[in-house]
Design a binder for this molecule. Sequence first.
Ligand code: HEM
Ligand SMILES: *[C@@H]1O[C@H](CO)[C@@H](O)[C@H](O)[C@H]1NC(C)=O
Ligand SMILES: *[C@@H]1O[C@H](CO)[C@@H](O)[C@H](O)[C@H]1NC(C)=O
Ligand SMILES: *[C@@H]1O[C@H](CO)[C@@H](O)[C@H](O)[C@H]1NC(C)=O
Length: 318
Amino acid sequence: MDSMWRNLWCLFVFVSLIPFNFGSLSANFYESSCPKLLSTVRREVVKAVAKEYRMGASLLRLHFHDCFVNGCDASVLLDDTSNFTGEKTAIPNKDSLRGFEVIDGIKTLVEASCPSVVSCADILSIAARDSVVALGGPSWVVALGRRDATTASFDRANNDLPSPFLDLPDLVSAFSNKGFDTKELVALSGSHTIGQARCSMFRVRAHNETTIDSEFAASLRSNCPFSGDDDKLSSLDVRTPSSFDTAYFKNLIQNKGLLHSDQALFSNGSADSHVTSYSSNPSAFFTDFAAAMVKMSNLSPLTGTDGEIRSDCRKINA
Ligand code: HEM
Ligand SMILES: *[C@@H]1O[C@H](CO)[C@@H](O)[C@H](O)[C@H]1NC(C)=O
Ligand SMILES: *[C@@H]1O[C@H](CO)[C@@H](O)[C@H](O)[C@H]1NC(C)=O
Ligand SMILES: *[C@@H]1O[C@H](CO)[C@@H](O)[C@H](O)[C@H]1NC(C)=O
């Protein structure tokens, strides 16, 4: 009898460890040190998205640009100073990343109740998940315990983040460099079901490409002239820009992807079948997107005594 209970107990412990352990991160990392963390982040993200739905997209993108550059270590949040060049002025980020004030606001609230306990990298990871949920997308468990970098890399931000002018083979290799296969590339690109891009990012496509729906191209050109107006915005998903749904994939099938890199995923290549299947299978998209986000948010975190818990997300601790 004793051994039966012991075996059951071992089984319980074993099973309970499976779903919520990701390397050395764990879902309950702040359970006793900052019990209100998750509800605080959720409340603030819901508020920010209600005020401006695009903020959900901006927070999701911040997390992506953090994780693909030296791992999810909040390096993207560091401001430049006279003797420090961070990632904010790298080409993919400059005049483009947004949402820093929302993260600062959450950090201030979290510091007030649990000082020097919660990393900026973890706040960003939770905020990205809550943003997707706030716009109608899937949820996932965010493993916690990341710590914040004391460095950043301008060069890696330029090299490791994919350009919107890439064709499929280069997109595949940019993602495979981070451990993602073609299907995961397609699932993660489904993020472009929300948010916006600047004219300079889709000008060539709107004016000069042939694999684009002609009415769609004409409507883009009306808001993005051949020269000038570089910062005019268009939605990445022309149908439902404020809902996290499968419309992005339906657009691609109709040659209505906004960026060259979006349409490259449906261009008679190895990604087409994934686009087609996600376009008509929301639950497969949600499941695969959530799994790929878990994987992305676990890219080489700093843990243990590495890095630090920043008290201001924009600055390395003095
Ligand atoms: C596949 C390669 C990708 C490329 C080439 C790419 C490129 C871009 C570009 C050029 C923009 C517009 C930026 C601007 O005009 O200021 C953008 C926006 C965005 N990207 Fe991506 N992206 C990619 C993958 C991803 C992934 C994996 C995610 C998230 C997991 C993501 C999330 C977003 C979001 C949400 C926006 C809208 C942001 C906003 O409105 O503030 N992208 N992306
Ligand atoms: C930059 O300069 C400040 C003030 O002189 C100093 O405290 C800090 O350590 C320096 N930071 C770096 C990254 O060298
Ligand atoms: C479109 O292509 C033409 C001919 O190749 C080129 O002269 C022009 O600069 C291109 N326009 C844009 C916006 O890329
Ligand atoms: C894909 O193939 C179709 C049918 O052959 C063709 O009309 C279309 O232009 C091709 N698209 C690309 C991007 O090559």
